[in-house]
Design a protein around this ligand. Structure first.
Ligand SMILES: N[C@@H](CCC(=O)N[C@@H](CS)C(=O)NCC(=O)O)C(=O)O
Length: 209
């Protein structure tokens, strides 16, 4: 498989971590978001929203949208499971994952920051904006997860944890006060201690700068 990815992309991190946890080999093809490579015609033909990740399967099938890719991986490579078997528990894990994937990430994306700057926001105002949504989203996430266990929903990682690890990278990058989120810091540490997740971190990517 080929994964189009950017080292600092949290959506790419989710997929890298899932591929690693499931023991699936893949080739990384970096897409430099700061250079606008996501908008190049050849890449935009693969991924119409002009974002990463994009996963190319061995038969050439193109998959986009990180959460759809995680679900495809889960259905195709069920072990180790990144969603619980029980449908109610699955819905709870997805709800927490979606707080990050749908409530935080879309309003904090690179193109959103660029659109805000084009409307007069300076860099500090964009950072304040991002921290506002991370703070609200993390508060919600923390209420949706279990209060005990190594990870958000027990002692094995789920899709929610993969979303969390990436978002914590951004939270630290932009200086979010993590004091109210001790439980999330603890989970993030446990997740980063897994070699498969460590290998998915930005600093361990071939295009890391
Ligand atoms: N909902 C999409 C979002 C993809 C996306 O936009 N990823 C970011 C990186 S984390 C990106 O490529 N941004 C490019 C831009 O904003 O121009 C997914 O989960 O795959």
């Amino acid at each position: 498989m080929i994964l189009y990815s950017y080292w600092r992309s949290t959506t790419s991190l989710r997929v890298r971590a899932a591929l690693n946890l499931k023991g699936i080999a893949y080739e990384t093809r970096p897409v430099n978001l700061l250079d606008g490579a996501q908008k190049a015609p050849d890449y935009a033909a693969l991924n119409p929203v002009e974002g990463v990740p994009t996963l190319i399967l061995d038969d050439g099938t193109v998959l986009t949208q990180s959460m759809a890719i995680l679900d495809w991986l889960e259905e195709t490579y069920p072990e180790p499971a990144l969603l619980p078997a029980d449908p109610v528990h699955r819905a709870m894990v997805r709800a927490a994952a979606q707080v990050i994937a749908l409530e935080i990430h879309p309003v904090n994306n690179l193109k959103v920051g660029a659109a805000l700057k084009a409307r007069g926001f300076d860099q500090q105002a964009v950072v304040d904006w991002m921290c506002h949504w991370m703070d609200k989203g993390f508060a919600a996430y923390q209420r949706l997860i279990l209060s005990e266990g190594r990870f958000s929903f027990g002692d094995t990682p789920t899709q929610a944890d993969l979303c969390l690890v990436g978002q914590m990278v951004n939270a630290r990058r932009w200086g979010l006060d993590l004091a109210p989120f001790a439980r999330l810091v603890e989970i993030d540490e446990a997740a980063r201690a897994l070699p498969q997740i460590a290998a998915a971190l930005p600093e361990n990517q071939p295009d890391a700068q």
